[in-house]
Design a protein around this ligand. Structure first.
Ligand code: GLC
Ligand code: CA
Length: 571
């Protein structure tokens, strides 16, 4: 154990948490939850082998509870050759020994639950590693039980309309396997063959994988790369109806056998296509879909000094089925994807946020939040204040809460996956191993290295980003309207100022944001609310009463924002 950091934890945290309620007691918990993605291998190492592990994460749960996290998302920790950060699964039913044992995993789930924190895990159903025994059997014994588990063809001619996703490394979605003498289909890396979902045995096998993990006590799954399960000539092989049928079948299975299990869709698709992954009231699919459409527009808004792009997306989206929720995010372990924006928007995003080619990966930007925003505290706060108030449940990415930097010199997406910076010691409190042995180096750029940017320093400084964010998360927790209230877009007298209401039976909250780098004084129109009084939430300061013409005048500093509670007049 790393004694420096564990004493930090035991000495400092005063958490007031209680165990998670059962799904029956709180079936809609995910609509009020704040999620946190934690890369196990880079978070905290308990045994000095330089690799983060289950026990290490367990030792940091008090920190996460203190911060205000309700649910962790753990990317894959299955045995894997790690050619794709573990998304290349070699065994669905095990844990990679470098992270610990299955008992360590179930202990982690239990310890998290005791602190009121739930855990969802990644479920990579579209493809496996080429090291998976199913693929090994499939390539060596075409007539055997696994012969038809993957998509094999004599020629690489089918599905010509499917795009290539990993354009940096792949030239085709087909690769030739010498052993079998045929081509296999893969939407991602050529070492990641796609499973053949047309085969009922594959569908049964992956359902058993889901059942297996449900029995460990996990609270749900992020369904990785879910649009690509089925293929069909004459289509782009995304979002096909058999894919939706299978997801609905999976949902019905977990609802029936493991009620309350959460399903989160990673469907990087245009707005209309994403919402299909919620399914319908009659036939639900996923509880949460990541909000891919809004994310790049939020970054664009900060540069354009206009909320137009965000407003357009918000206005375009249809009402969601009962219980459905967006998963909002700023950054995650992947590149900031720009696949679903127009060519013009993409060109601008590259120019603004990835001027150097090293900052780009595939069709996106491989940088962390703080460096993307040039370390601007105001912009980082503004981005979070939007993230926490837009309709949806926010997903934070480990390290972004302290404004961690990135390393564009590392390959692929590794630059945003470096070890968590816990303290100013040479190993950053991540491990007792020699930092030279870390799989990914600590960030050491001037001003971003762990002596400047770490949890210990941030906790100890009242005005730090970490303490600000914690406060914001705690305000959000007091007002369920942020998670499940209605949203009404409001008009303002200045395009740089975006305003909306979040509203439920108890509370009405006005969220107002100045996207510009200069101050703004605006009138916000609040239809039918003349005479309502108001109170700013962060400092409990009285704010103006809504005027007779239904407007409220608000002055905002550059990149300033307010969350303001509106109170109906006492007639
Ligand atoms: C998902 C993951 C990404 C991975 C890809 C292929 O998009 O988020 O990290 O590389 O699937 O498995
Ligand atoms: Ca370890």
């Amino acid at each position: 154990m790393n004694t420096i950091s564990s004493s930090l934890i035991t000495g400092t945290f005063d958490t007031d948490t209680c165990p998670v309620p059962s799904p029956e007691e709180d079936p809609l918990w995910y609509r009020h939850a704040v999620f946190y993605e934690v890369l196990l291998g880079s978070f905290a190492d308990s045994n000095g082998d330089a690799i983060g592990d289950f026990k290490g994460l367990e030792s940091r749960l008090d920190y996460l509870a203190w911060l205000g996290i309700d649910c962790l998302w753990l990317p894959p920790f299955y045995p894997s050759p790690l050619q794709d950060g573990g998304y290349d699964v070699a065994d669905y039913m095990g844990v990679d020994p470098q992270y610990g044992t299955m008992d360590d995993f179930t202990d982690l789930v239990e310890a998290a639950h005791e602190r009121g924190i739930r855990i969802i895990i990644d479920m990579v159903l579209n493809h496996t590693s080429d090291q998976h025994p199913w693929f090994q059997a499939s390539r060596s014994d075409p007539q055997g039980p696994y012969g038809d588990f993957y998509v094999w063809r004599d020629t690489p001619d089918d599905y010509p309309d499917a795009r290539i996703i990993f354009i940096d490394t792949e030239k085709s979605n087909w690769s030739y396997d010498k052993q079998r003498g045929q081509y296999f289909w893969h939407r991602f890396f050529s070492h990641q063959p796609d499973l053949n979902f047309d085969n009922p045995s594959v569908r049964e096998a992956v359902k058993n994988v889901v059942r297996y993990w449900c029995r460990t006590g996990v609270d749900g799954f992020r369904l990785d790369a879910i649009p690509y399960l089925f293929e069909e000539n004459g289509t782009n092989c995304e979002n096909l109806s058999p894919t939706h049928d299978f997801i609905a079948e999976l949902r019905a299975m977990v609802d029936d056998e493991f009620p309350g299990t959460l399903m989160v869709a990673e469907a990087n698709q245009p707005p209309r296509e994403v919402v299909d992954y919620f399914g319908t009231d009659a036939r639900p699919e996923c509880h949460i879909c990541f909000h891919f459409p809004i994310m790049p527009r939020l970054f664009a808004a900060l540069r354009e000094e206009s909320g137009q792009g965000m407003r357009q997306i918000l206005a375009e989206l249809p009402p969601l089925p009962t219980g459905a929720q967006w998963g909002t995010f700023l950054r995650n372990h992947d590149e900031l994807t720009l696949e679903m924006v127009t060519d013009e928007e993409r060109a601008k995003m590259y120019q603004w946020y990835a001027p150097e080619s090293r900052m780009r990966a595939n069709i996106g930007i491989r940088r962390r939040l703080a460096p993307l925003l040039n370390g601007s505290r105001r912009k980082i706060e503004l981005a979070h204040a939007l993230l926490l108030a837009l309709p949806g449940s926010p997903f934070l990415y480990y390290g972004d809460e302290i404004g961690m930097g990135d390393n564009i010199w590392l390959k692929d997406r590794d630059g945003v996956r470096t070890p968590m910076q816990w303290d100013p010691s040479p190993s950053a409190g991540f491990s007792t191993a020699d930092p030279k042995d870390f799989r990914l180096p600590l960030i050491d750029a001037p001003n971003w290295d762990q002596r400047a940017v770490n949890v210990q320093e941030s906790m100890g400084r009242e005005t730090s980003l970490l303490n600000w964010l914690r406060e914001a998360l705690h305000i959000r927790r007091r007002y369920p309207a942020f998670g499940s209230g209605h949203m009404n877009l409001l008009s303002t007298s200045n395009d740089a100022v975006m305003a909306f209401l979040r509203r439920d039976a108890q509370h009405t909250i006005l969220c107002v944001y100045n996207l510009a780098g200069t101050p703004r004084c605006v009138d916000v129109t609040l239809p039918g609310m003349a005479g309502w009084t108001s109170r700013e939430l962060a400092h409990n300061s009285p704010f103006p009463t809504v005027k007779d013409d239904d407007t409220m005048q608000i002055t905002l500093t550059r990149h300033g924002f307010f969350w303001i509670e509106l109170l109906a007049p006492d007639y």
